[in-house]
Design a protein around this ligand. Structure first.
Ligand code: SF4
Length: 304
């Protein structure tokens, strides 16, 4: 979730590899806003990260909530969702066998699985999926801004009212932000709303974050002015990323999120030294890879 950071200006020759425009996802935008050095470690150095129980549980709960809507409406009940946890865990284990090392023993794993069931119970307290028929789930969205920057990401769920109005829904397995921090949490949703507006020509009517960790819902009704402001913010962010890339200036920005950062040993804020920057083709523009638009499976989903 190599350094495919090329951005060529010339027409590609017939045999040349495909040239993609620079791109940005909400997760990586959030990385840069949180800590430019973290962005560098993830996007430019491509440093591996260890899986964590919280991030893996987030991935698993999201998968259950996606597949829940495969069931007939009347079967979308807590018992069915609970029954889907073990198969999802097996699926994750099969894809990444090293996840087995997350737990010291079966008891620790079972406690963790029980905590995932608790998050699903919290979901059912927030809405009734028997009354919903989502238009889309895990929807990949992508659009190119006039500047050439490509925005991309995955929307957890898209609902469409009979009158065509769109509601963008995202699940968070953490707690809702404290008062005053809602706007930061809503940035990702505005980002998606901007992409959907560009793609469909219609501003989504409602953006909705479901916080399963605290059983709260954050809602926001965007308008065109909001989304234009979001576009300006994204472009300013991209300018800052391009400048940091040009100067090789990736500063650490310590915060409470450092507790979850896998790269403390390489971070000057913790006495470490970052590796040499890889040599980038010119002009060098960091570019998202397939999968970058998803929150890192090794980072708490709610923090990215
Ligand atoms: S430890 Fe903190 S300051 Fe250092 S790279 Fe990670 S998030 Fe940034």
């Amino acid at each position: 979730m190599s350094t495919d950071v090329t951005e060529a200006a010339a027409e590609p020759a017939e045999a040349a590899p495909e040239v993609r425009p620079p791109s940005l996802s909400p997760s990586r935008a959030s990385d840069f806003m949180t800590c430019p050095l973290l962005y560098r470690f993830r996007v430019i150095d491509r440093l591996p990260e260890r899986p964590s129980p919280a991030a893996t549980r987030g991935t698993m709960v999201h998968a259950v909530l996606e597949r829940l809507f495969d069931l007939p409406a009347v079967e979308r009940v807590p018992a069915q969702a609970h029954a889907m946890i073990a198969p999802e865990w097996e699926r994750l284990l099969e894809a990444e066998p090293e996840l087995a090392a997350l737990f010291d023993d079966d008891e620790g794993r079972d406690e963790w699985l029980t905590s995932a069931a608790g998050l699903l119970d919290s979901y059912f307290a927030l809405e009734d999926p028997t009354l919903l028929e989502p238009a889309e789930r895990e929807l990949f969205v992508e659009c190119d801004l006039d500047s050439g920057l490509r925005l991309r990401g995955y929307v957890d769920r898209l609902d469409q009212a009979p009158d065509g109005a769109l509601r963008v829904v995202d699940y968070k397995t953490g707690r809702a932000p404290r008062e005053g921090f809602e706007a930061k949490a809503m940035f990702q949703m505005r980002f998606y709303a901007l992409v959907l507006w560009r793609l469909r020509g219609e501003v989504p009517r409602l953006l909705q974050l479901l916080y399963l960790g605290s059983g709260e819902v954050l809602r926001y009704e965007p308008d065109e002015a909001d989304l234009r402001a979001t576009e300006r913010k994204v472009l300013a962010l991209w300018d800052a990323i391009a400048l940091a890339t040009e100067r090789g200036d990736w500063r650490p920005s310590p915060s409470k999120l450092c507790d979850w950062c896998d790269h403390q040993a390489l971070c000057p804020a913790f006495g470490g030294t970052p590796p040499e920057l890889p040599v980038l083709p010119v002009p060098a523009v960091p570019q998202a890879r397939a999968g970058d638009e998803r929150p890192s499976p090794h980072t708490p989903r709610d923090e990215v």
